[in-house]
Design a protein around this ligand. Structure first.
Ligand code: TXA
Ligand code: MG
Length: 338
Protein backbone atom coordinates (compact mmCIF):
# COMPACT_ATOMS: atom_id res chain seq x y z
CA UNK A 1 0.00 0.00 0.00
CA UNK A 2 0.98 3.60 -0.36
CA UNK A 3 -0.38 6.35 1.81
CA UNK A 4 -2.17 9.46 0.63
CA UNK A 5 -0.39 12.52 1.99
CA UNK A 6 -1.46 16.14 2.20
CA UNK A 7 1.04 18.26 0.35
CA UNK A 8 2.86 20.33 2.98
CA UNK A 9 6.24 21.92 2.21
CA UNK A 10 7.94 19.15 4.16
CA UNK A 11 6.10 16.42 2.28
CA UNK A 12 6.92 18.15 -0.98
CA UNK A 13 10.64 18.19 -0.24
CA UNK A 14 10.77 14.59 1.01
CA UNK A 15 8.73 13.39 -1.97
CA UNK A 16 11.00 15.16 -4.46
CA UNK A 17 14.04 13.69 -2.73
CA UNK A 18 12.47 10.23 -2.67
CA UNK A 19 11.76 10.42 -6.40
CA UNK A 20 15.42 11.20 -7.01
CA UNK A 21 16.34 7.96 -5.27
CA UNK A 22 13.87 5.82 -7.19
CA UNK A 23 10.56 6.13 -5.32
CA UNK A 24 7.26 6.39 -7.21
CA UNK A 25 4.55 8.98 -6.73
CA UNK A 26 0.82 9.11 -7.38
CA UNK A 27 0.89 12.65 -8.76
CA UNK A 28 -2.15 14.90 -9.14
CA UNK A 29 -2.41 16.71 -12.45
CA UNK A 30 -5.24 18.73 -13.93
CA UNK A 31 -5.98 15.99 -16.51
CA UNK A 32 -5.74 12.73 -14.54
CA UNK A 33 -3.44 11.44 -11.80
CA UNK A 34 -0.11 10.06 -13.00
CA UNK A 35 2.24 7.42 -11.60
CA UNK A 36 5.49 9.37 -11.61
CA UNK A 37 9.12 8.30 -11.45
CA UNK A 38 12.51 9.84 -12.28
CA UNK A 39 12.67 9.84 -16.09
CA UNK A 40 16.44 9.22 -15.95
CA UNK A 41 16.16 6.20 -13.67
CA UNK A 42 15.70 2.92 -15.57
CA UNK A 43 14.83 0.99 -12.39
CA UNK A 44 12.12 3.44 -11.35
CA UNK A 45 10.59 3.35 -14.83
CA UNK A 46 10.74 -0.46 -14.86
CA UNK A 47 8.79 -0.44 -11.61
CA UNK A 48 6.15 1.88 -13.15
CA UNK A 49 5.66 -0.64 -15.97
CA UNK A 50 5.44 -3.45 -13.45
CA UNK A 51 2.94 -1.70 -11.19
CA UNK A 52 0.79 -0.76 -14.18
CA UNK A 53 1.30 -4.11 -15.94
CA UNK A 54 2.05 -2.08 -19.01
CA UNK A 55 3.72 -3.53 -22.15
CA UNK A 56 7.38 -2.53 -22.40
CA UNK A 57 7.24 -0.93 -25.83
CA UNK A 58 4.65 1.62 -24.77
CA UNK A 59 6.29 5.07 -24.43
CA UNK A 60 5.68 7.40 -21.47
CA UNK A 61 5.28 11.17 -21.19
CA UNK A 62 8.09 13.18 -19.56
CA UNK A 63 6.72 15.94 -17.31
CA UNK A 64 8.81 19.06 -16.75
CA UNK A 65 8.19 22.09 -14.53
CA UNK A 66 9.37 24.80 -16.86
CA UNK A 67 10.05 25.50 -20.53
CA UNK A 68 13.68 26.05 -19.54
CA UNK A 69 14.03 22.28 -19.27
CA UNK A 70 12.60 21.29 -22.64
CA UNK A 71 15.96 21.31 -24.44
CA UNK A 72 17.20 18.65 -22.04
CA UNK A 73 14.73 16.21 -23.62
CA UNK A 74 13.91 17.50 -27.10
CA UNK A 75 15.83 18.95 -30.04
CA UNK A 76 15.03 20.55 -33.38
CA UNK A 77 11.82 21.93 -31.90
CA UNK A 78 9.80 23.54 -34.71
CA UNK A 79 8.55 27.11 -34.40
CA UNK A 80 4.91 26.00 -34.25
CA UNK A 81 5.67 23.81 -31.22
CA UNK A 82 7.05 26.88 -29.45
CA UNK A 83 3.81 28.71 -30.27
CA UNK A 84 1.78 25.85 -28.80
CA UNK A 85 3.98 25.73 -25.69
CA UNK A 86 3.60 29.48 -25.20
CA UNK A 87 -0.18 29.36 -25.49
CA UNK A 88 -1.08 26.12 -23.71
CA UNK A 89 1.63 25.26 -21.16
CA UNK A 90 1.31 24.70 -18.29
CA UNK A 91 -1.77 22.78 -19.37
CA UNK A 92 -3.46 19.65 -20.73
CA UNK A 93 -1.25 19.27 -23.81
CA UNK A 94 1.59 16.86 -24.64
CA UNK A 95 4.02 17.53 -27.50
CA UNK A 96 5.83 14.75 -29.35
CA UNK A 97 9.28 15.98 -30.42
CA UNK A 98 12.64 14.64 -31.60
CA UNK A 99 14.43 13.21 -28.57
CA UNK A 100 17.85 14.07 -27.16
CA UNK A 101 20.22 11.42 -25.81
CA UNK A 102 18.70 11.96 -22.35
CA UNK A 103 15.41 10.38 -23.48
CA UNK A 104 16.45 6.76 -23.39
CA UNK A 105 14.68 3.84 -25.04
CA UNK A 106 12.98 2.97 -21.74
CA UNK A 107 11.14 6.33 -21.99
CA UNK A 108 10.40 6.43 -25.72
CA UNK A 109 9.76 2.75 -26.34
CA UNK A 110 12.75 2.78 -28.66
CA UNK A 111 11.38 5.57 -30.85
CA UNK A 112 13.38 8.63 -31.90
CA UNK A 113 10.68 10.88 -30.44
CA UNK A 114 9.79 11.87 -26.88
CA UNK A 115 6.47 13.08 -25.46
CA UNK A 116 6.68 16.12 -23.12
CA UNK A 117 4.18 17.99 -20.97
CA UNK A 118 4.17 20.82 -18.43
CA UNK A 119 1.12 20.11 -16.25
CA UNK A 120 -0.91 22.97 -14.77
CA UNK A 121 -1.81 21.48 -11.38
CA UNK A 122 -0.11 23.66 -8.72
CA UNK A 123 1.08 20.61 -6.74
CA UNK A 124 2.55 18.94 -9.84
CA UNK A 125 4.36 22.16 -10.74
CA UNK A 126 5.72 22.69 -7.22
CA UNK A 127 6.84 19.10 -7.10
CA UNK A 128 8.56 19.22 -10.49
CA UNK A 129 10.44 22.34 -9.46
CA UNK A 130 11.42 20.83 -6.14
CA UNK A 131 12.53 17.67 -7.98
CA UNK A 132 14.62 19.88 -10.23
CA UNK A 133 16.23 21.46 -7.18
CA UNK A 134 17.37 17.96 -6.16
CA UNK A 135 19.00 17.51 -9.56
CA UNK A 136 16.02 15.87 -11.30
CA UNK A 137 15.44 16.60 -14.99
CA UNK A 138 11.92 15.30 -15.51
CA UNK A 139 9.27 12.90 -14.25
CA UNK A 140 7.92 10.14 -16.46
CA UNK A 141 4.27 9.67 -15.61
CA UNK A 142 1.72 7.51 -17.32
CA UNK A 143 -1.81 7.66 -15.96
CA UNK A 144 -1.94 5.91 -12.58
CA UNK A 145 -4.15 2.99 -13.57
CA UNK A 146 -3.55 -0.66 -14.42
CA UNK A 147 -3.01 -1.01 -18.16
CA UNK A 148 -6.27 -0.63 -20.08
CA UNK A 149 -8.27 0.50 -17.04
CA UNK A 150 -9.87 3.88 -16.40
CA UNK A 151 -7.48 6.72 -15.52
CA UNK A 152 -7.85 7.92 -11.92
CA UNK A 153 -9.02 11.48 -11.27
CA UNK A 154 -8.60 11.49 -7.48
CA UNK A 155 -5.99 10.37 -4.96
CA UNK A 156 -8.46 7.80 -3.58
CA UNK A 157 -8.91 6.31 -7.07
CA UNK A 158 -5.10 5.98 -7.39
CA UNK A 159 -4.96 4.16 -4.07
CA UNK A 160 -7.81 1.84 -5.06
CA UNK A 161 -6.22 1.16 -8.46
CA UNK A 162 -2.53 0.77 -7.57
CA UNK A 163 -2.12 1.08 -3.79
CA UNK A 164 -1.57 -2.64 -3.23
CA UNK A 165 1.25 -2.76 -5.82
CA UNK A 166 3.18 0.21 -4.46
CA UNK A 167 5.91 0.06 -1.82
CA UNK A 168 4.60 1.71 1.35
CA UNK A 169 8.11 2.21 2.71
CA UNK A 170 8.88 4.80 0.02
CA UNK A 171 6.11 5.41 -2.53
CA UNK A 172 3.43 8.02 -1.82
CA UNK A 173 0.26 9.45 -3.34
CA UNK A 174 -0.24 13.20 -3.01
CA UNK A 175 -3.70 14.57 -2.30
CA UNK A 176 -4.55 17.08 -5.02
CA UNK A 177 -8.34 17.00 -5.14
CA UNK A 178 -10.37 15.98 -8.17
CA UNK A 179 -8.67 16.53 -11.53
CA UNK A 180 -10.26 19.60 -13.13
CA UNK A 181 -10.11 18.46 -16.76
CA UNK A 182 -10.80 14.77 -16.14
CA UNK A 183 -9.51 13.44 -19.51
CA UNK A 184 -5.90 12.77 -20.50
CA UNK A 185 -3.94 15.50 -22.29
CA UNK A 186 -4.20 16.21 -26.00
CA UNK A 187 -1.16 14.60 -27.67
CA UNK A 188 0.25 16.52 -30.64
CA UNK A 189 2.92 15.11 -32.93
CA UNK A 190 5.25 18.01 -33.74
CA UNK A 191 7.78 16.10 -35.83
CA UNK A 192 6.26 16.98 -39.21
CA UNK A 193 5.63 20.20 -41.15
CA UNK A 194 2.38 20.76 -39.34
CA UNK A 195 0.80 19.57 -36.07
CA UNK A 196 -0.92 16.19 -35.99
CA UNK A 197 -3.26 15.32 -33.14
CA UNK A 198 -2.68 11.77 -31.90
CA UNK A 199 -5.04 11.86 -28.93
CA UNK A 200 -7.88 14.38 -28.58
CA UNK A 201 -8.30 16.31 -25.34
CA UNK A 202 -9.14 19.68 -23.84
CA UNK A 203 -6.74 21.48 -26.21
CA UNK A 204 -8.79 21.14 -29.38
CA UNK A 205 -7.84 21.05 -33.07
CA UNK A 206 -9.34 24.51 -33.46
CA UNK A 207 -7.21 25.88 -30.62
CA UNK A 208 -4.11 24.33 -32.22
CA UNK A 209 -5.03 25.80 -35.59
CA UNK A 210 -5.57 29.25 -34.10
CA UNK A 211 -2.32 29.17 -32.13
CA UNK A 212 -0.15 28.02 -35.03
CA UNK A 213 -1.96 29.30 -38.11
CA UNK A 214 -1.28 25.88 -39.64
CA UNK A 215 -3.39 23.10 -41.02
CA UNK A 216 -3.92 20.50 -38.29
CA UNK A 217 -4.14 16.85 -39.08
CA UNK A 218 -6.52 15.10 -36.74
CA UNK A 219 -5.43 11.51 -36.76
CA UNK A 220 -7.76 10.59 -33.92
CA UNK A 221 -10.84 11.26 -35.99
CA UNK A 222 -10.04 8.36 -38.31
CA UNK A 223 -9.30 6.29 -35.24
CA UNK A 224 -12.78 6.57 -33.80
CA UNK A 225 -14.32 5.87 -37.19
CA UNK A 226 -12.98 2.35 -36.98
CA UNK A 227 -15.54 -0.31 -37.62
CA UNK A 228 -17.12 -2.01 -34.62
CA UNK A 229 -14.82 -5.03 -34.86
CA UNK A 230 -11.87 -2.74 -34.25
CA UNK A 231 -10.45 -2.87 -37.80
CA UNK A 232 -9.53 0.39 -39.37
CA UNK A 233 -9.73 1.53 -42.95
CA UNK A 234 -6.54 3.48 -42.25
CA UNK A 235 -3.63 1.46 -43.61
CA UNK A 236 -1.28 3.15 -41.12
CA UNK A 237 -2.62 1.00 -38.28
CA UNK A 238 -1.07 -2.02 -39.96
CA UNK A 239 2.30 -0.50 -39.31
CA UNK A 240 3.92 -1.70 -36.08
CA UNK A 241 5.57 1.67 -35.32
CA UNK A 242 2.32 3.48 -35.75
CA UNK A 243 0.67 1.20 -33.25
CA UNK A 244 3.07 2.39 -30.60
CA UNK A 245 2.79 6.00 -31.63
CA UNK A 246 -0.96 6.14 -31.49
CA UNK A 247 -2.11 5.93 -27.90
CA UNK A 248 -4.65 3.30 -27.08
CA UNK A 249 -4.49 1.44 -30.36
CA UNK A 250 -3.05 -1.72 -28.83
CA UNK A 251 -6.10 -2.78 -26.86
CA UNK A 252 -9.18 -1.55 -25.08
CA UNK A 253 -8.48 1.57 -23.13
CA UNK A 254 -10.25 3.48 -20.41
CA UNK A 255 -12.51 0.51 -19.66
CA UNK A 256 -14.45 0.06 -16.43
CA UNK A 257 -15.43 -3.45 -15.36
CA UNK A 258 -18.96 -2.77 -16.53
CA UNK A 259 -19.73 -3.23 -20.20
CA UNK A 260 -20.01 0.17 -21.91
CA UNK A 261 -22.47 0.76 -24.75
CA UNK A 262 -22.60 4.03 -26.65
CA UNK A 263 -25.78 5.68 -27.99
CA UNK A 264 -28.04 2.67 -27.64
CA UNK A 265 -31.27 1.95 -25.77
CA UNK A 266 -30.90 1.42 -22.04
CA UNK A 267 -32.58 -1.52 -20.38
CA UNK A 268 -33.85 -1.87 -16.81
CA UNK A 269 -30.89 -1.81 -14.38
CA UNK A 270 -28.44 -0.29 -16.86
CA UNK A 271 -26.40 2.67 -15.71
CA UNK A 272 -27.05 5.78 -17.79
CA UNK A 273 -24.82 8.79 -18.54
CA UNK A 274 -26.00 11.69 -20.69
CA UNK A 275 -26.11 15.47 -20.80
CA UNK A 276 -28.66 16.91 -18.39
CA UNK A 277 -31.34 17.60 -21.02
CA UNK A 278 -31.47 13.92 -22.08
CA UNK A 279 -34.21 12.04 -20.24
CA UNK A 280 -33.45 8.86 -18.32
CA UNK A 281 -35.03 5.81 -20.02
CA UNK A 282 -37.48 3.93 -17.82
CA UNK A 283 -35.79 1.54 -15.41
CA UNK A 284 -32.27 2.84 -16.09
CA UNK A 285 -30.10 4.12 -13.25
CA UNK A 286 -29.04 7.70 -13.87
CA UNK A 287 -25.34 7.92 -13.00
CA UNK A 288 -24.56 11.46 -14.15
CA UNK A 289 -26.22 14.47 -15.77
CA UNK A 290 -23.43 16.85 -16.79
CA UNK A 291 -24.69 20.29 -17.78
CA UNK A 292 -21.99 20.97 -20.34
CA UNK A 293 -18.95 19.39 -22.02
CA UNK A 294 -16.45 20.56 -19.39
CA UNK A 295 -18.46 18.88 -16.67
CA UNK A 296 -18.98 15.80 -18.86
CA UNK A 297 -15.19 15.37 -19.28
CA UNK A 298 -14.56 16.05 -15.59
CA UNK A 299 -17.00 13.44 -14.25
CA UNK A 300 -16.79 10.69 -16.89
CA UNK A 301 -14.06 8.53 -15.33
CA UNK A 302 -15.22 9.02 -11.75
CA UNK A 303 -18.70 7.97 -12.90
CA UNK A 304 -17.30 4.80 -14.51
CA UNK A 305 -15.61 4.02 -11.19
CA UNK A 306 -18.75 4.72 -9.19
CA UNK A 307 -20.70 2.37 -11.48
CA UNK A 308 -18.19 -0.41 -10.83
CA UNK A 309 -18.42 0.23 -7.09
CA UNK A 310 -22.21 -0.12 -7.37
CA UNK A 311 -21.67 -3.39 -9.32
CA UNK A 312 -23.61 -2.11 -12.29
CA UNK A 313 -22.96 -4.52 -15.14
CA UNK A 314 -23.78 -2.33 -18.14
CA UNK A 315 -23.47 1.40 -18.70
CA UNK A 316 -25.21 3.18 -21.57
CA UNK A 317 -23.51 6.43 -22.53
CA UNK A 318 -25.18 9.01 -24.74
CA UNK A 319 -22.10 10.64 -26.22
CA UNK A 320 -22.08 14.37 -26.99
CA UNK A 321 -21.97 15.46 -30.63
CA UNK A 322 -19.59 17.93 -32.20
CA UNK A 323 -15.88 18.73 -32.35
CA UNK A 324 -13.42 19.76 -29.68
CA UNK A 325 -14.01 18.38 -26.22
CA UNK A 326 -17.06 16.46 -27.46
CA UNK A 327 -14.76 14.56 -29.83
CA UNK A 328 -12.40 13.76 -26.95
CA UNK A 329 -15.26 12.44 -24.82
CA UNK A 330 -16.58 10.38 -27.75
CA UNK A 331 -13.16 8.92 -28.38
CA UNK A 332 -12.83 7.76 -24.74
CA UNK A 333 -16.28 6.23 -24.49
CA UNK A 334 -15.93 4.56 -27.91
CA UNK A 335 -12.69 2.94 -26.79
CA UNK A 336 -14.22 1.98 -23.44
CA UNK A 337 -16.97 0.24 -25.38
CA UNK A 338 -14.64 -1.88 -27.51
O1 TXA B 1 -2.85 13.76 -19.25
C1 TXA B 1 -1.94 12.95 -19.45
O2 TXA B 1 -1.29 12.92 -20.49
C2 TXA B 1 -1.62 11.97 -18.31
C3 TXA B 1 -1.05 12.78 -17.14
C4 TXA B 1 -0.61 11.90 -16.01
O3 TXA B 1 -0.02 13.61 -17.59
N1 TXA B 1 -0.71 10.98 -18.74
C5 TXA B 1 -1.05 9.98 -19.60
O4 TXA B 1 -0.04 9.07 -19.82
O5 TXA B 1 -2.16 9.90 -20.10
P1 TXA B 1 -0.29 7.66 -20.51
O6 TXA B 1 1.03 6.98 -20.47
O7 TXA B 1 -1.43 6.99 -19.88
O8 TXA B 1 -0.61 8.03 -21.99
C6 TXA B 1 0.41 8.62 -22.74
C7 TXA B 1 0.29 8.23 -24.16
C8 TXA B 1 0.60 6.77 -24.40
O9 TXA B 1 -0.56 6.11 -24.87
C9 TXA B 1 1.67 6.77 -25.44
O10 TXA B 1 1.34 5.94 -26.54
C10 TXA B 1 1.76 8.21 -25.90
O11 TXA B 1 1.30 8.96 -24.84
N2 TXA B 1 3.14 8.56 -26.18
C11 TXA B 1 4.16 8.64 -25.32
N3 TXA B 1 5.31 8.91 -25.96
C12 TXA B 1 4.99 9.01 -27.27
C13 TXA B 1 5.73 9.26 -28.44
N4 TXA B 1 7.04 9.46 -28.40
N5 TXA B 1 5.07 9.29 -29.60
C14 TXA B 1 3.74 9.10 -29.65
N6 TXA B 1 2.97 8.83 -28.56
C15 TXA B 1 3.60 8.79 -27.40
MG1 MG C 1 -3.12 5.93 -19.71
Amino acid sequence: MAIILECTNEVLASTAKGLKSGALLGMPTETVYGLAGDAENADAIARIYKVKERPQNHPVIVHIGSLDHIDLWAREIPEYAHLLARDFWPGPMTLVLQRTALAKDFITGGQETVAIRIPAHPIALKLLNSFHAFGGKGLAAPSANRFGAVSPTSAQAVEAELGQYLDESRDVILEGGSSLVGLESTIIDCTGNHPRILRPGAITAEMVRNATGLKVEDFTFKEINKSADGRSDDSRSDNKDEEIRVPGSLENHYSPKAEVRVNCDAKKGDGFIALVHVQTPEGAIRLASPKDLDEYARILYQTFRAADAQKISRIVVIAPEGDGLALAIRERVTRAAR
